[in-house]
Design a binder for this molecule. Structure first.
Ligand SMILES: [Zn+2]
Length: 216
């Protein structure tokens, strides 16, 4: 793939191929450093200005950043097991009996799935196996009530339109605490003691212009 890619790009992208590797590294380093020092967005800028919020998001805090090795040799590179049989242990629990055929799913399965998402299924009845007709649901995190088909929730992985498609803030640490389904994909790379909430108004307050004005 990379050879094929390299054959098709403009000639100047190919120049580094014919230069000694350490020369490429020596040239690339200051270039990458400049990007990393971009005010507000660069990782080194956050370190220099002790931008706590960004450091917390990205590295898990300044202390974690300080622990990063400075040489590649010192990094503990994780080798992923590409054998598909290992994938079984990473399968998500979808919060209902997945051995049941779709045609057998009923309102009890919906209630169970909603509970596993930290919320409720407000509908009292459904036609057994009807995955298309919308039901009423309630989010346990923000309290929003919404309509969605069983297919969208159970098979599509969607949930609350307010929380899963946030308009005002990223509040996933709090969501993970109330939603076991979501917690499965959140905690593999977040600590349970993290309590970060990222308000868009604060996060995207650029040159004095708040998020609400930028997005317009
Ligand atoms: Zn919600």
């Amino acid at each position: 793939y990379f050879n094929r890619l390299a054959d098709q790009v403009e000639f100047y992208f190919k120049i580094p191929r014919y230069l000694p590797k350490n020369l490429v590294a020596a040239c690339a380093k200051p270039f990458m450093k400049k990007i990393a020092k971009t005010p507000d967005f660069g990782t080194l800028d956050w370190v220099e200005k002790n931008n706590k919020q960004r450091l917390d998001i990205y590295f898990g805090g300044m202390d974690e950043w300080k622990k990063l090795p400075s040489k590649w040799e010192d990094f503990d590179i994780i080798k992923f097991d590409k054998d598909n049989s290992a994938a079984e242990q990473f399968k998500l629990d979808h919060g209902y009996d997945e051995t049941k055929p779709e045609a057998e799913l009923d309102i009890e399965d919906m209630k169970q799935a909603a509970k596993f998402r930290g919320g409720e299924c407000l509908s009292e009845t459904m036609t057994k196996g009807d995955m298309a007709t919308k039901l009423k649901w309630k989010c346990g995190h923000c309290g929003a009530e919404f309509e969605a088909s069983p297919a969208l929730i159970l098979l599509g992985g969607h949930w609350c339109p307010e929380c899963y498609i946030p308009h005002k803030a990223w509040d996933y640490d709090a969501i993970a605490k109330t939603n076991p389904f979501f917690a499965q994909v959140w905690y593999p790379n977040h600590r349970k003691d993290e309590n970060n909430r990222y308000d868009f108004d604060e996060l995207f307050h650029i040159d004095g212009v708040a998020w609400d004005d930028i997005k317009r």
